[in-house]
Design a binder for this molecule. Structure first.
Ligand SMILES: C[S@@+](CC[C@H](N)C(=O)[O-])C[C@H]1O[C@@H](n2cnc3c(N)ncnc32)[C@H](O)[C@@H]1O
Length: 379
């Protein structure tokens, strides 16, 4: 893929952009196979490719520059802003919004944060877009010092970015390389962005995780639902469930589904979606969600499911959860991972659960990152 920022040596985030896409995909496939196959040689399904440009649903931009002339993008080694507002990874509605937000920041004279001098207010801009072009916009400020400048100018903001459903300010007071802080101040009436995925209106709140490539996520959820439907378990747990994508895709009239997740906000969104879908929270056909540490879920939820879905962060599963799954009566596990090294480690900790089918899904073209989903069967 062509990128003017890469060609001019302004941005090196897409580390393998010069490699033709088909070869990128083949390399990722080989890498995950090398790590997974020693645990049971699953049947590998055709990898799911992404489009090469315009696939990211979320832009996390560092704000730098001067009052009236902000840069939105990254910082160079000297801490100066490099403007990447036309990054080709973003779809057109996101690019348009980023341009409009740069104009807003300039017009209301928000003060960009200067990392080197530890001065200024506006640190980051985080914009998430759904497939219909609706947006969630978050300003990350050092303090509440310039909050009023945003709050008092929301009419201008709405004029410049008419599709902004969710608008909020996050406060990140610390001088460290962390994108956002714990305090979120909602400025819009709507607190959740609707993310339609395969006909299910998932909901995302400002601080909740959501997969960054919506089209490939649709295929991930469909693949996992196909595996689950083929096994047809009466009970399913979705651990590390986020806003409920897997759990809500595998709901069925004869099945009881429970999802657990550490973020109470994500759980609240998942519950909102289940309620909007008219799903009960107990009995056959139910889907319920609980804020819980995945490692504690076996002690906190009654019974043992016939099938468990796990989708942990890069660090993989807690050793105690692997031990519980290994020694439980759970017959099938679907493990969706963004890190095949920790996936392989965890497979080694659960030798009774053998990989039978697997699929690479490329959420992150031009980088070394990927998602891999594996169906495991006991025995
Ligand atoms: C890779 S995301 C998966 C989310 C979800 N399955 C999806 O498809 O969007 C991992 C999720 O695990 C959650 N998480 C992190 N540590 C956790 C823990 N110890 N117990 C439960 N959830 C955790 C994160 O908040 C995040 O939502």
């Amino acid at each position: 893929m062509e990128c003017g920022y890469y060609d001019r040596d302004l941005c090196r985030s897409c580390t393998v952009i010069e490699v033709p896409y088909a070869r990128q995909l083949a390399r990722k496939q080989q890498l995950v196979r090398d790590l997974v196959d020693s645990h049971g040689e699953p049947r590998w399904l055709e990898p799911v490719a992404s489009v090469e440009a315009g696939f990211r649903n979320k832009a996390k931009m560092v704000v730098a520059g001067k009052v009236g002339a902000p840069t939105l993008g990254i910082l160079d080694r000297g801490g100066r802003g490099i403007d990447l507002r036309d990054c080709p990874l973003y779809p057109e509605p996101l690019t348009r919004a980023i341009h409009a937000l740069a104009e807003f920041i300039a017009r209301v004279r928000l003060l960009p944060y200067d990392v080197a001098k530890r001065r200024g207010e506006l640190k980051h801009l985080i914009v998430t877009g759904n497939p219909d072009g609706r947006l969630m916009i978050r300003f990350v400020l050092r303090s509440t010092g310039q909050l009023a400048k945003i709050r008092d100018n929301t009419d201008l903001l709405r004029e410049l970015v008419p599709h902004a459903d969710v608008l909020s300010v996050n406060i990140q007071p610390e001088h460290k390389a962390v994108i956002e802080g714990a305090e979120e101040i909602l400025l819009s009436r709507q607190g959740e962005l609707i993310m339609p995925v395969n006909g299910i209106d998932l909901r995302v709140r400002p601080r909740s995780f959501f997969q960054t490539n919506t089209r490939v996520t649709e295929q991930l959820y469909r693949q996992v639902a196909d595996w689950v439907d083929a096994v047809d378990p009466a009970s399913v747990w979705d651990l590390y469930c986020g806003v409920g994508g897997f759990a809500l895709h595998v709901a069925a009239p004869t099945r009881e589904v429970a999802g657990t997740e550490i973020s109470a906000e994500a759980v609240a969104s998942a519950r909102d979606t289940a309620r909007a879908m008219g799903l009960p929270d107990e009995g056959p056909g139910s889907v319920r969600f609980l804020a819980d540490d995945a490692a504690a879920t076996p002690a906190d939820l009654p019974g043992t499911p016939e099938l468990a879905i796990v989708n942990p962060p890069r660090r993989g599963l807690e050793a105690s959860l692997c031990a519980w799954l290994e020694n439980s009566s759970v017959d099938h596990v679907v493990y969706s991972s963004c890190n095949a090294t920790t996936l392989a480690r965890d497979l080694g900790r659960m030798p009774s659960l053998r990989p039978v089918e697997a699929r690479l899904l490329d959420m992150f073209p031009h980088t070394g990152h990927y998602e891999v989903a594996v169906l495991l069967r006991r025995g």
